[in-house]
Design a protein around this ligand. Structure first.
Ligand SMILES: Nc1ncnc2c1ncn2[C@@H]1O[C@H](COP(=O)(O)OP(=O)(O)OP(=O)(O)O)[C@@H](O)[C@H]1O
Length: 307
């Protein structure tokens, strides 16, 4: 039995519109091998392919890539014990109808996992008497998370579902998820754009740039630098970022410093790609084509990242 919860090697994917030829690749050469019990944050710009990757692993999009979850090829079937929570759930008219939360949770099996359900109701601060059409977006999200996490899972695929939680609920949820991985050896892959308050959560990071994972994938977190020499860095951490991460005066988290550097690089690569295919209409690409400094280059310089 493999100790890997996720096995993704050289995965490619392109969307195929109805009655049209296959589109350009959205994922190319994606590699992510994640041990059981790990908590991996997926980092990448808007449009990088994070949701697409999570949906492939959840069996919601099919590709013959050989990607395995819990040892099983997801092209053929998604194994038991995989839970996917994405943002599209909240748009479903059923979860916006006059439905009492206790009935909704029972309809998705809450009565079978009463102890876990009650603990999650407390952590997510959800009232069983709420009516789904009368709650706020964040409260509705909290109900979704309770409903998704009640049954014990082995792999949790989280796509941005924590963005509308208040900070107390988010922090209690992250503590619960950490406990789940430590006590049950469960595994989490989590795409988010909010990096503050997250430094102690992940065991690994995965940087996805324009549909491709950059090595090492995953990068172990927290990063252990090879020596106390400030110029010593590790593969995957751009030069100059270590200093930012170790600066006690930095405004945000260490993870935020690394994510800012990665996303600035992503933007540069995107502009280079746009120029290569002659797409100079976009502001950054047009500037770069004319030899001017782009906004992200200026950002990069300001933060002294040596690309
Ligand atoms: N149904 C679709 N048909 C065609 N292309 C799509 C479809 N859904 C997404 N894409 C394209 O696939 C690429 C990756 O999208 P995806 O939603 O996976 O990115 P993401 O990293 O999750 O972005 P975000 O951070 O904005 O949520 C984007 O270029 C997007 O335009």
């Amino acid at each position: 039995m493999s100790d890997l919860a996720l096995e993704v090697n050289a995965l490619h994917f392109a969307y195929t519109p109805v009655n049209a030829p296959k589109g350009p690749p959205v994922l190319e050469d994606v590699t992510l091998n994640l041990p059981k019990g790990s908590r991996c944050i997926l980092v990448g710009a808007n449009g990088a392919g994070k949701s697409t990757l999570l949906q492939i692993l959840a069996g919601k999009k099919l590709t013959r890539s050989g990607a395995k979850v819990l040892g099983q090829d997801v092209f053929f079937s998604t194994p038991q014990g995989v839970t996917y929570l994405g943002t599209e759930w909240a748009a479903n008219p059923v979860v916006r109808s006059d439905l009492v939360v206790s009935h909704f949770l029972d309809s998705v099996g809450g009565y079978r996992h009463q102890e876990r359900r009650d603990r999650l109701l407390d952590i997510l601060d959800v009232d069983l008497n709420w009516h789904m059409h009368e709650v706020s977006d964040g409260e509705r999200r909290r109900v979704q998370i309770v409903s998704g996490l009640m049954a014990p899972w082995e792999v949790l695929l989280l796509d941005e579902v924590t963005v509308d939680l208040d900070v107390l609920v988010r922090s209690r949820l992250l503590a619960f998820l950490t406990e789940e991985t430590q006590t049950r050896n469960a595994t989490i892959l989590y795409a988010t754009h909010i990096f503050d308050g997250l430094d102690s959560f992940p065991t690994h990071l995965c940087h996805i740039q324009l549909g491709t994972t950059l090595p090492p994938s995953p990068l172990s977190w927290p990063v252990v630098f090879p020596s106390s020499d400030p110029s010593a860095t590790v593969e995957g951490v751009p030069a100059g970022v270590r200093e930012k991460m170790e600066d006690p005066e930095r405004p945000g988290s260490k993870l935020l410093e690394l994510a800012l550097a990665w996303l600035a690089q992503d933007k540069e690569r995107r502009i280079e790609k746009e120029i290569a295919v002659g797409g100079t209409k976009k502001r950054g690409a047009a500037k770069k084509a004319e030899g001017e400094t782009t906004d992200s280059e200026a950002f990069y310089k300001k933060y002294d990242y040596n690309n």
